[in-house]
Design a binder for this molecule. Structure first.
Ligand SMILES: Cc1cc2nc3c(=O)[nH]c(=O)nc-3n(C[C@H](O)[C@H](O)[C@H](O)COP(=O)(O)O)c2cc1C
Length: 141
């Protein structure tokens, strides 16, 4: 799937990524099942493909096969794409589900409530320890 909400930093001394996933995302189910996953970043020229992956669910489509990107596997068997500029492979460490009472601005409460109305659960904050990083050679100086 495509996700714009996320970042990285240190969590409990471990290099960690985080992302915010709506509770009904098929990708969330896969992350919970496999407990390893990749976060891949693409150059602007692949915007169309990235938007395509964010336009329909893998639960009821073959979008990973339909998308005009080259699927590859990491040595651990994780899925990613050859065209990605930067790839983090992560091991799931934590999923938290903050509710409206955890936020201190109305804007944030509205944001979290909006997901609840659609998925009947609050958004999941997903944290993963970074185990591998790949950077494509084309972007190295
Ligand atoms: C630009 C863009 C950013 C998105 N960001 C997020 C996000 O941060 N979190 C999220 O849950 N869904 C986000 N989505 C929506 C998912 O990518 C979309 O619902 C996708 O179909 C989910 O696929 P899945 O059901 O196979 O996991 C975004 C979509 C687009 C196009």
């Amino acid at each position: 799937m495509t996700a714009s909400g996320g970042g990285l930093g240190l969590l409990f001394r471990k290099p960690t990524t985080w992302c915010i996933l709506r509770a009904d995302r098929y990708t969330l189910e896969l992350i919970q099942k496999e407990q390893i996953y990749t976060m891949s970043y693409f150059p602007d020229e692949y915007k169309k493909q990235v938007l395509f992956l964010g336009s329909k669910s893998g639960r009821d489509s073959q979008k990973m096969k339909e998308v005009a990107l080259t699927g590859i596997q990491t040595p651990s068997g994780d899925m990613t794409f050859k065209e990605a500029r930067l790839i983090f492979e992560c091991t799931l460490t934590q999923i938290t589900t903050p509710g409206p009472q955890d936020f201190y601005t109305q804007e944030a409460r509205d944001y979290i409530n909006e997901a609840y109305n659609e998925a009947h659960e609050y958004r999941k904050y997903v944290f993963g320890e970074i185990t591998h990083v790949w950077v494509t050679a084309a972007d190295l100086p």
